[in-house]
Design a binder for this molecule. Structure first.
Ligand code: MTE
Ligand code: MO
Length: 248
């Protein structure tokens, strides 16, 4: 026991002596200062990404919230769901998760919800302020249990675009756990309508409009985006080179 402690003490003092010598070297000091600055920069950018998007007062809401992109997904499946008022719609969470989920809209609406009034900015040059209600994505991810290899979430949508490929989007885990990232089922105090993505759409408030996937059927946790559809992380990213990270 004593020997061990002594050995540890000797080891520590040798180490410290080593540190002193290192500390005397100007280049080592500048290296640690550089590392500290790098850490600080990373820390600051993380803090910036976790910052909240501005929220507005009810009277600041746009009188008309424009609908963009798909306003009505084509096909019999979606039409049937709409007639059934989405009673049989399921939102799946799968991929790199411990416990895959398949939630009905009733189950999703029964989860704790967050309501936020935010401004939606579309790259096409218009904005609208609306009040969104939905379950924080983090709650679903906690229930599903992300595996350590999960790095992105892919949102699979029910609508196909002109070329016949489905709309999809993806975000990283920083945006996924952001407090304003919700699976919205309500807009301006009513259930989400078809034009705005019924029965459920993503709100990822620190990013541009095209990231806010409508008609979400499936959220897939993946380790990289290269093997998903066109490999660039989203329908617009694949087809027109829009930025994958569309932070605002
Ligand atoms: N599934 C799906 N999600 C989508 C789109 C789409 O065409 N299909 N368009 C995107 C674009 S470009 C914008 S600006 C917003 C528009 O949302 P809104 O119709 O509620 O205004 O949805 C985004 N999410
Ligand atoms: Mo958009």
């Amino acid at each position: 026991m004593i020997i061990t402690r002594r050995t540890a003490l000797i080891g520590a003092s040798t180490l410290l002596a080593g540190c002193d010598r290192l500390n005397e070297s100007a280049s080592f000091r500048s290296l640690t200062a550089q590392a500290e600055r790098a850490n600080f920069t990373i820390q600051r950018s993380l803090q910036d990404r976790m910052a909240l998007a501005r929220e507005f007062a009810p009277e600041q809401r746009s009188r008309v919230f424009r609908a963009n992109g798909t306003r009505l997904p084509q096909g019999e499946d979606y039409a049937r769901h709409a007639v059934e008022k989405f009673a049989n719609w399921r939102l799946k969470v799968d991929g790199l998760v411990a416990r895959p989920l398949s939630l009905s809209m009733a189950e999703l609406r029964a989860m704790p919800a967050r309501t936020q009034i935010t401004r939606h900015d579309c790259v096409e040059g218009w904005s609208a302020i609306g009040q969104w209600t939905g379950a924080p994505l983090k709650l679903l991810l906690d229930a599903a249990g992300l595996k350590p290899s999960a790095r992105y979430l892919v949102f699979h949508c029910a609508d196909t675009m002109r070329s016949g490929v489905p709309y999809y989007e993806s975000i990283d885990l920083i945006d996924a756990v952001h407090p304003q990232t919700i699976l919205a089922w309500g807009l301006n105090g009513a259930l989400l309508d078809v034009a705005h993505g019924a029965p459920v759409r993503l709100r990822v408030e620190r990013q541009l409009g095209y990231k806010h996937a409508k008609y979400v059927e499936r959220i897939e946790a993946v380790s990289d985006l290269a093997s998903v559809y066109g490999g660039k992380g989203g329908y617009w990213e694949d087809s027109t080179g829009y930025e994958w990270y569309a932070g605002i």
